[in-house]
Design a protein around this ligand. Structure first.
Ligand SMILES: Nc1ncnc2c1ncn2[C@@H]1O[C@H](COP(=O)(O)OP(=O)(O)O)[C@@H](O)[C@H]1O
Ligand SMILES: [Mg+2]
Length: 330
């Protein structure tokens, strides 16, 4: 049976008008097309990463899905509700965490802040205390002894945890997180990453997670959508994205000693290897789609040339390689 997506974007286009300043009084209006037709589907139980560099359109996408911005063209749905015409229903089903944590009160404790938002969201007064305690525990503020400290005393990591706690107050089916770990201390970042995975994998929630950090996307996300300049350039599991560019596997062979001729090597691998010399060792590097088919010949050539091989490694492409590859195609 086909599953229905819990978040769906269809051809989203968003333009921002801004003034380009030219001197004191002159200026012309310029239009920035932040999204140029973005479409995707996200299903229950998965963490999907929207991965792209600064300015790619990640925040704009999250804001449209969370009803904070209206698209110029295209549509988006959360659990079948239209983000423009059924915004109220959408809001009831989502928890949002934006990078800039807005609305918290400096002179209230974390707990008091959450109680305030719980009331604002319409949680019944007899469940508020219990639910607030639950989310404080979930995000680890309780463990840090921070629940009853003033917000103004919070570290960045504590603020991020409180921000996530607020997003979870209503126990939403769909969680939208905009660069949730940006600038955080490693324990807080790890806590948030683990939590997010648990929400999807243990509780079956849908998570849309934006980041510009490839390492993070790779460890957090079940599926990654690569976005650049308002366009989706690739989509797949971290492994699939890497698979598509297996030509980026790098073979590194370290040999003892200095200059040597590697002409024969070129005949075997088909390209000029990159050669680096350091501390009496020479590293020979080349990229290959199927290194396993070459390595035997490579070793034979090197050994017959008198090379003393110290180490041989094959490095898998990183998501960064994938990103550079797809971005350069666009
Ligand atoms: N309020 C705004 N006014 C004008 N341009 C904006 C505004 N918000 C975002 N942009 C521009 O839209 C593009 C996408 O921005 P954004 O969605 O914030 O990207 P990301 O979150 O991936 O860094 C960028 O070029 C950005 O400068
Ligand atoms: Mg952003």
């Amino acid at each position: 049976m086909p599953r229905s997506p819990s978040v769906e974007a269809i051809g989203l286009i968003k333009r921002y008008k801004t003034k380009e300043r030219k001197g004191l009084f002159k200026g012309r209006t310029i239009v920035i097309e932040a999204l140029k037709g973005v479409s995707f589907k996200i299903y229950p139980g998965e963490v999907v990463g929207l991965l792209g560099p600064n300015g790619a359109g990640k925040t704009t996408t999250i804001k449209i899905i969370s009803t904070l911005l209206i698209p110029d063209e295209g549509e988006a749905y959360v659990k079948g509700y239209d983000v423009v015409t059924e915004a109220d229903m959408v809001r009831k089903n989502i928890g949002v965490m934006l990078t800039v944590e807005k609305g918290f009160y400096n002179k209230l404790t974390g707990r008091e802040n959450l109680e305030y938002f719980a009331a604002l969201y319409g949680l019944s007064s007899n469940t508020i205390k219990k639910r607030v305690q639950e989310v404080l525990e979930v995000v680890g503020l309780e463990e840090l002894g921070a629940s009853d400290r003033l917000f103004e005393e919070y570290s960045l990591g504590m603020k991020a945890r409180l921000n996530l706690a607020r997003a979870l107050l209503r126990d939403p089916d769909v969680v939208l997180l905009d660069e949730p770990t940006l600038g955080l201390d490693p324990p807080s970042a790890r806590k948030i990453r683990d939590l997010v995975k648990g929400l999807a994998h243990r509780e079956g929630k849908t998570v849309l997670y934006t980041t510009h950090n490839m390492f993070e996307a790779e460890i957090v996300c079940d599926r990654i959508i690569l976005i650049n300049k308002g366009i989706i350039v690739a989509e797949g599991t971290p492994d699939e994205l890497k698979d598509k560019i297996m030509a980026f596997r790098t073979v590194k062979i370290m040999v003892k000693g200095g200059p040597r001729r590697y002409d024969k090597l070129k005949e075997v691998i088909g390209v000029d290897p990159e050669i680096r010399r350091e501390n009496g060792l020479t590293t020979i590097m080349f990229k290959a789609r199927k290194p396993e088919e070459l390595i035997g010949d490579v070793i034979r050539v090197l050994v017959s040339n008198g090379a003393d091989i110290v180490k041989l490694t094959v490095e898998e492409p990183t998501l960064e390689d994938v990103f550079v590859y797809y971005s350069s195609k666009g």
